[in-house]
Unconditional design. Structure first.
Length: 695
């Protein structure tokens, strides 16, 4: 087993960049030489007044062992990567030091007025070449720092959970041939973001069927609700087809494609997750997902050409194992408390493929911001009801016919001229209220566009649909056309109050719960059934658990409790296939648990010395005043303990030796020096920077 472990670990424990296949080594050496020859001023240059740099943290588990050995981390500044290696601080124009796998994660930390040049100037003094040490001074000292107190127990718990997820994932993959589906055209770009083959049906356009990282960064930075924002904030977004491309698949082939997609998603779903699926895929997707899913999840049903989520479809979805809640656009009234309505938000399908005149959510945010900045206050707006240009439907035609009668002339303004998107928003912002009847569905974009610019939409009540979406958002309903009179409309307009714009404005999209709650879908609602908490907590992709529970779980692990050698199938579990047992054996787990028990005994006294210390991160502390989350453990968090039981010697094949040049490295002194530099920079900027704040 040791040669197998060494073959995995040795290429990863030096924090060197992972080289792509066929890449020219000489060209890389020339690029490194050019980077090292850059002449930089010894201290901090004068800061431009309005420069803001995007700071990101990138991390990946060492050796692909689910964080058991720690993490490699680096800092991205405007897309340029900085990290520490045996040759010193390295700077690359793009992300290059992490393996190209799905385990690499990127976290947006914030903005900083300090750029990469300042980072190199300040930290080069503390991170000189040839001072790298695997345990005492490595890449994580440059970006991260071990925390202390009970964090070792949390790290053991997180690592063991990762191993369990990997084992369950391996057990759930039977030796079956891939689904037989019609492949795309010859020129189509295949999806390469997953270790498995995603189904690719024939399409009308020569574009990839699945989104890439650039789309995800753009959509996840949105602050207004849309289908794209919901999808980007969900897990496994890279497994879902591009929005609205279901129209290119023949209805008879759509369930077959969706079922194959559901089986793949069920196998890849982590321990907790939120899935976002377009409604036209639901029938086949639910069937495929039910065959392989083993984790608890939240389901978001979006889009679908205004088609409702009917009661029979809800019953089909409710039978899914592990379903905790389902939020759907245009939701019919349900008897199941797990179902709730979801707002459609802003139009998102300006992808050059369908209805190109509609603007994407990102462009809409900028237009809405410009519109709000020039909009008049509520009390100075036009008090008449605005009737905008809209696609004809039976209900809309009845309202337009009624409101164009002479008796409504003083109360209504009807605009029939087609407008650009920004002109349409400006028209909305001129009025206090706008008529927003449904088209073919129940919800419509105009409702949320009006709320975004501070205009109150008058919606129509339909007993067939779930009304909690509108009632929780505080929206007013307008009577039916036959019951509408000048007196009733005048009274309704007088009773209107300014809508709360924050109901549709979002925080950064890190959890689905923020989207749902702040959108007004289920404000303050709770899931009262057993074991569930508020909607905000229930929809978190990674629900937080207390450190006490993590400590207890870790203690159970290191005290010798482990899974049986041949786990019997229970529930949805399947027996381990012989092909998997060749690589994941009980003897492997025996060795791991022996090492964990030894490490735990040594770490008990080692952690006490750091019990009262809460050190910070070098690179991130200098740039943003932020520190890493506790689950990012670095190998030096077990430094002396790992060396005491010869774990590093075993995994590196005896090649590790302590670096004498790293023995004098004092992380506390480095952090203190960086704090002084931050104060000097704050004086240069003319403002005080408290600890932990952005610079």
């Amino acid at each position: 087993m040791l040669p197998w472990l060494q073959s995995m670990v040795q290429p990863c424990l030096t924090c060197e960049p992972c080289r792509a296949d066929g890449r020219d080594r000489r060209r890389d050496e020339e690029e490194l030489t050019k980077l090292r020859r850059r002449k930089r001023k010894p201290f901090v240059p004068r800061l431009p007044e309005n420069a803001r740099h995007q700071v990101e943290l990138v991390f990946s588990p060492l050796a692909g062992m689910q964080g058991l050995l720690g993490y490699h981390s680096s800092v991205l500044i405007d897309g340029e990567e900085y990290y520490f290696t045996p040759s010193g601080i390295r700077c690359y124009p793009k992300l290059s030091s992490h393996k190209r796998t799905s385990d690499v994660e990127r976290i947006h930390v914030g903005e900083s007025q300090l750029g990469g040049t300042i980072l190199l100037d300040v930290l080069s003094k503390h991170f000189q070449p040839r001072t790298y040490d695997l345990l005492r001074k490595n890449c994580n000292n440059f970006t991260a720092r071990w925390l202390g107190d009970s964090d070792e127990a949390e790290r053991f718990d997180a690592a063991w959970q990762g191993w369990q997820r990997a084992l369950r994932k391996a057990q759930a993959q039977p030796d079956e041939p891939p689904p037989e589906l019609p492949m795309g055209k010859k020129g189509q770009i295949p999806a390469v973001c997953l270790p498995c083959e995603l189904p690719v049906p024939p399409g009308l356009f020569e574009v990839p069927w699945y989104y890439d990282e650039r789309w995800h960064q753009r959509s996840s930075s949105a602050k207004l609700i849309s289908s794209a924002a919901f999808l980007a904030a969900s897990c496994l977004w890279h497994c879902m087809p591009r929005l609205r491309r279901y129209r290119e698949i023949h209805p008879s082939e759509r369930p077959k494609f969706a079922a194959a997609l559901g089986r793949i998603v069920g196998r890849l779903l982590p321990q907790h997750g939120v899935l976002c699926v377009e409604k036209p895929y639901l029938d086949g997707f639910v069937e495929g997902l039910a065959e392989t899913v083993k984790a608890d999840f939240i389901l978001l049903a979006v889009n679908g050409g205004d088609a409702p989520l009917t009661l029979p479809q809800q019953q089909h979805i409710a039978a899914l194992p592990g379903l905790q809640a389902c939020f759907a656009m245009n939701l019919h009234c349900s008897c199941d408390a797990r179902f709730a309505p979801l707002p459609i938000g802003l139009p998102q399908h300006a992808d050059g493929l369908h209805r190109g005149n509609l603007r994407a959510a990102g462009e809409a945010e900028a237009a809405i911001a410009r519109c709000i900045s020039g909009a008049a206050p509520w009390h100075l707006r036009d008090g008449r009801l605005l009737v905008t240009p809209m696609q004809a439907s039976r209900l809309r035609s009845r309202y337009v016919e009624r409101l164009t009668q002479p008796e409504f002339a003083a109360l209504v303004r009807v605009v029939k001229t087609r407008l650009s998107f920004e002109a349409f928003l400006q028209l909305l912002a001129e009025h206090r209220a706008v008529l927003s009847p449904p088209g073919r569905g129940h919800d419509c974009y105009r409702t949320w566009q009006a709320l975004a610019v501070g205009t109150a939409p008058l919606v129509v009540e339909d007993p067939l649909f779930d009304q909690r979406l509108y009632s929780s958002a505080g929206l007013q309903t307008i009577p039916a056309p036959e019951q509408l009179t000048p007196e009733s409309l005048s009274l309704l307009l007088q009773q209107l109050s300014p809508p709360a714009a924050q109901r549709v404005q979002m925080e950064p999209l890190r959890v689905i719960g923020a989207l749902v709650v702040l959108a007004g879908a289920l404000a303050g609602a709770k899931m009262e059934s057993e074991g569930r908490v508020t909607i905000m907590a229930a929809l978190c992709i990674e629900p937080a658990s207390s450190s006490k529970l993590k400590r207890l779980a870790a203690e159970r692990i290191v005290q010798g409790e482990r899974p049986p050698r041949n786990p019997a199938p229970s529930g949805h579990d399947k027996p381990v296939e012989p092909k998997v047992q060749d690589h994941i054996t009980s003897s492997s787990f025996d060795t791991v648990f022996i090492l964990l028990r030894k490490l735990r005994r040594v770490c008990g006294s080692f952690a006490k010395r750091w019990e009262q210390k809460r050190p910070f991160d070098c690179g991130l502390w200098l740039l943003t005043g932020q520190r890493l989350e506790s689950r990012l453990r670095s190998v030096e968090s077990l430094g002396l303990a790992a060396e005491a039981v010869k774990l590093v010697q075993i995994l590196t094949g005896g090649r590790y030796a302590p670096n004498e040049k790293a023995a004098s490295y004092d992380h506390e002194a480095t952090v203190a020096a960086l704090t002084e530099i931050r104060q000097l920079l704050s004086k240069e900027l003319g403002k005080h920077i408290p600890p932990g704040s952005l610079l």
